[in-house]
Design a protein around this ligand. Sequence first.
Ligand code: IMP
Length: 451
Amino acid sequence: MASAAPSLPSNDAQCRAVVGLQWGDEGKGKVIDLLAGQSDAVVRYNGGANAGHSVVVNGERFALHLIPCGVFHDNTQAIIGNGVVVDPFQLLKEVDGLEQRGISIKNLALSSRAHVVMSYHKDEDALREQVLSSSSVGSPKVHDQAIGTTKRGIGPAYSDKAARSTAIRVGDLLKPDVLNEKLERVSYFKNKLLASHTSAEEHEDFAPRVLADRCAEIAERISPLVTDTTYLLHDLLDQGKSLLFEGANATLLDVDHGTYPYVTSSNCSALGIPAGTGVPGSRIRSIVGVAKAYSTRVGAGPFPTELDNEIGDRIRKQGNEFGTTTGRPRRCGWLDLVAVKYSAMVNGIESIGLTLLDVLSGIEELQVCTAYQVDGETTDRFLPDAADLGEVTPVYKTMPGWTEDITEVRTRSGLPTAAQDYLAFIEDFIGKPISVVGVGPDREQVILSDQ
Ligand code: IMP
């Protein structure tokens, strides 16, 4: 589909990245879509079908979970790197869905070293969450210790990757002998694990033959996509082609740098790119960090600026803050600049993409968190450990809001003064420029820094 979108100011970096600076759902799809038109390949490096990138093209909404957003540009190759955990049935569902709507996926490539999310991973994910949310585990006072996962099998698939003996990689799907041997072993462990917490009627018996048949079902269709994406990416680089890495989930959900343990199981920040693709970090020269003009979070975990009130409800409604992947209502709150500045630091961003500014129109006064109070002290440092972050009280700066509809505004100077001041305050606090502002869901509803 040809791009009718405005483009971001061009930038010579051969490798660029777009990452989320909050807890996900920042509207990265929109910024990726803008940059994808200027890139020869768009590359996913982490996560799996837990992510949900939505892009609105010509008024039509597309929600992608595994396929990189680059597919909306005819000449851009879409690559799923080794760091992604792939549910092949979900992948083929997305391929079919796009083709039915006239989008070609001829340029899609899938790493032979990406790990496969199998059906038992999803059962394991659901089982863990169920056990953790019941009162049978831990202190009787704490009833719900669940992470609030998407139940897409992401954690169990990455656990198996680290455990090695029970992991299946995409390349294994194409080698029946290797696969069958692995499935014998996997079946032994998974059936024991699931049977230890559920009755025979409650869980499927993952017999090796059943699993093998399921894999055979998809192997033929997956096969033409599978390749060594590390060499593919380096070949593209040698040919002078430009790459865009798209982060799934977001920095505060990063397994090492996020609000652990309420995180996902991959390195979602730009730090995950080298490991998840085989492209050295030194080649990534330009990173756009995407943040909403407010904050949201799905699932459990500390959220200092959460608004459990009418304003939070209003933001949820105006921003359509319901999960792309699970449909869950998102928790909403004020913009937390302590968190965003931390994420900007960890990623080494060059500029900020600020999305959903239009959602704040009509709120009389805005609050922006600029520090935390903890143990009677004020700090400007983010506390990524969930237990520590749960103890902080946000310190707010109050700013005037604006009432005007800004969805048709296309220049920064055309925004109400209060909105301009809001952007300037963010830039000043983070110490990085805002290169793109989202003022509505459509591809064209953006303000670019040079306009
Ligand atoms: P998991 O990735 O399904 O294991 O979920 C772990 C945590 O990350 C849960 O709180 C999810 O709600 C959250 N999460 C995972 N992916 C996304 C995303 O793309 N957007 C928002 N939250 C996410």
